[in-house]
Ligand binder design. Structure first.
Ligand SMILES: Cc1cc2nc3c(=O)[nH]c(=O)nc-3n(C[C@H](O)[C@H](O)[C@H](O)COP(=O)(O)OP(=O)(O)OC[C@H]3O[C@@H](n4cnc5c(N)ncnc54)[C@H](O)[C@@H]3O)c2cc1C
Length: 471
């Protein structure tokens, strides 16, 4: 199959720095204007009018709130605002490209709480109370299996599990299988040594975001796709002017839901959120792993070197299996990106052969009877990229943008975000409406403060909590 990927690397876009906001760091930029890859999710909705929807031919001159970005953060924030006791007079949502064509429209479709897994790392860094809050601020909306594939990983998982329990973490909803034979039987992963199983969900992220957006449109949201925001500048009256190639809109309140691209509009934050491409591989299961024998659960398979395969056998009878997560060959993609800084925001990247090879290696070694001598139409058929917003200290940034009163942000989700947004958006809306941080119920370590901006200034990269918080 890999013969199909004759080039190490295929990109439809030029590997060159794209047009960025003048003041932004070279490591960041706006979404790629031309040549973005189509994720499997975006491929599946080509005739949906929401992709390039505009509520009106012209932009309004002003708005109560402008939200920049139509991913899960942008749409859940609009939803929470519209459902609040005191909704703004008008909300405009601006999206640079197709509706939800950022990370939300490109991930592997996992929506799962972090639970015990990243607990020890967070505990070491932020203390027990905050670590517990981080573990519990995700919401799950089928069964997720975390699988440790070596004795060392099983021991490390056990340590995390015990630390989480000792700190008062709720575990009664998690089944923990320590017998390796049973672990293999339950997970169907040949090298399984231990399994943790709990409720999580997988979804069609684009359709999920679209559903929320459609509810918001019915309630008055003004959506404009294909409007990249070029800058946000102060007005004489104390409001903000959002500049675009199709005119400007004035609003007192701006929400940056731009995640990986946050630094392009907020250069002071460019050192805090680093755009980082990740791959998602689509694999069509062969006959022996189809029908009654198809994969039923979603997985986080922990493999040596801190890597993890997130596996999602898509729902709705499709059963196409998506492999995401921090694939063991992800570092090769990082090396490529380090050598080509302009590719940091290039989601035109596709079919990165080392990552696909690692997926194939895993399937061969761990899925018994999965015949890799594929018939036509079976096997790995496509891998797309998405841009993750890596946080400089491993946790997201939520709150008021320092020095820009009226501007708010929720960004830097690293490899998470899908489950967390259901607590972020209500929290952010409470802040927007005059509440205090305590009203948000979010971990203190998420709050964007001037001190955090300063403390992170010299640091360029994440400090060790892996994108998926793996053990
Ligand atoms: C391959 C992959 C696998 C992943 N797997 C998981 C997982 O298993 N679990 C999980 O929880 N998370 C996962 N993630 C991360 C998750 O998808 C993100 O954290 C989440 O979708 C972030 O949502 P968001 O709305 O904040 O950002 P995005 O969905 O990226 O939305 C930001 C939007 O802002 C727009 N925008 C940016 N700049 C501008 C501008 N100047 N003007 C106008 N619009 C602008 C962008 O076009 C984009 O649509 C994965 C991500 C990828 C790429």
């Amino acid at each position: 199959m890999l013969a199909a990927f004759s080039n190490l690397y295929v990109s439809k876009s030029a590997i060159a720095p794209q047009a960025t906001c003048a003041a932004a760091s070279a490591a960041t930029g706006r979404p790629l204007e031309k040549g973005m890859s189509l994720s499997g999710w975006l491929q599946g909705v080509r005739s949906d009018p929401l992709l390039d929807y505009r509520s009106a031919a012209e932009l309004p001159a002003s708005a109560g709130v402008i939200i920049i970005g139509s991913g899960i953060t942008g749409v859940t924030t609009a939803y929470e605002l519209l459902n609040s006791a005191d909704p703004p007079k008008s909300i405009v949502l601006l999206e640079a490209r197709e509706f939800c064509s950022g990370a939300t429209g490109r991930n592997a479709g996992h929506c799962k709480p972090d639970q015990y897994r990243g607990f020890s790392s967070y505990q070491k860094k932020f203390g027990t109370e905050q670590a517990m809050k981080v573990a519990m601020t995700s919401r799950a909306c089928a069964l997720e299996l975390d699988v440790a594939t070596t004795d060392e990983l099983a021991a490390l998982g056990a340590k995390n599990w015990e630390a989480f329990k000792a700190a008062g973490g709720k575990t009664d909803h998690i089944e923990y299988i320590t017998d390796p034979e049973e672990a293999v039987k339950r997970s169907r992963v040949r090298s399984a040594k231990a399994v943790w199983s709990w409720d999580a969900s997988t979804l069609y992220p684009w359709k999920f975001a679209a559903h929320i957006a459609r509810i918001c449109l019915q309630r008055g949201l003004h959506l404009q796709t294909w409007i990249p925001v070029l800058s946000v500048t102060p007005t004489n009256g104390g409001a903000w002017s959002v500049e675009t190639e199709r005119g400007s809109i004035i609003a007192p309140t701006i929400v940056h839901a731009t995640n990986a691209y946050a630094g392009a509009l907020l250069p002071d934050m460019a050192h805090m959120v680093t755009p980082t491409p990740h791959m998602c591989n689509r694999v069509i299961p062969p006959r022996a792993w189809s029908g009654g024998n198809a994969l039923q659960n979603s997985y986080g398979v922990l493999v040596p070197g801190g890597a993890l395969y997130s596996i999602n056998p898509t729902q709705g009878g499709q059963g196409i299996v998506l492999f995401g997560g921090s694939n063991p060959a992800q570092h090769k993609l990082h090396e490529y990106v380090d050598a080509h800084p302009g590719s940091r925001t290039d989601d035109g990247l596709a079919n990165f052969a080392p990552v696909t090879q690692a997926v194939e290696d895993f399937i061969k070694s761990d899925f018994e009877g999965w015949d890799t001598d594929y018939a036509p139409g079976e096997g790995p058929d496509y891998a797309w990229s998405g841009i993750i917003g890596m946080s400089a200290d491993g946790v997201p940034f939520v709150g008021a943008v320092p020095g820009r009163p009226g501007q708010w942000i929720c960004a830097g989700h690293s490899g998470h975000g899908m489950a967390r947004c259901f607590t972020f958006a209500p929290g952010l809306v409470r802040l927007l409406q005059g509440g205090t941080w305590a009203d948000t119920s979010l971990p203190d370590v998420y709050e964007l403060t001037p001190e955090r901006v300063e403390a992170l200034r010299p640091k360029k990269k994440s400090t060790g909590i892996d994108a998926w918080g793996s053990i």
